[in-house]
Ligand binder design. Structure first.
Ligand code: SF4
Ligand code: SF4
Length: 121
């Protein structure tokens, strides 16, 4: 690196932090509002609850749709899930262990009730 390049590097560093990438700024503005066409789905392969005490999504889920199963991960009650997305936002792992997906016919509250009745619950 030449002296000139070094001066430029130091100068850039002194200007302060660069603007955040657009994607990160969007996440900072995240608002947990219900989305009726979306539902949270668990991907327990990467869930920290399998081996440690992560409660991030459970604590933030207002309708208490997420159940923690120690050693396994999480289970989501898709009847209660409002599709707000805060669980995906706070999940600290990559790839996310809880992800928002388009709600299908079998994930609607009425389908959930039908399945529950079949199970005798
Ligand atoms: S999307 Fe919202 S309501 Fe649904 S499980 Fe996640 S935090 Fe709970
Ligand atoms: S926040 Fe992510 S890693 Fe933590 S318990 Fe929920 S799904 Fe698992």
């Amino acid at each position: 690196m030449s002296l000139g390049e070094a001066v430029c590097t130091v100068s850039d560093a002194l200007k302060g932090p660069a603007a955040l990438p657009e994607e990160i700024q969007d996440m900072a503005d995240f608002e947990a509002s219900p989305r009726e066409n979306e539902v949270a789905v668990a991907y327990n392969d990467t869930c920290l609850a399998r081996s440690s005490g992560c409660f991030s999504c459970v604590e933030r889920c207002e309708p208490e749709a997420i159940e923690l199963i120690q050693g396994t991960g999480i289970r989501i009650n898709q009847q209660i899930c409002t599709g707000c997305g805060i669980c995906q936002y706070v999940c600290p792992v990559t790839p996310k262990a809880v992800r928002m997906q388009v709600r299908t016919a079998t994930q609607t509250p009425s389908a959930y009730h039908a399945e529950s009745q079949q199970r005798g619950e």
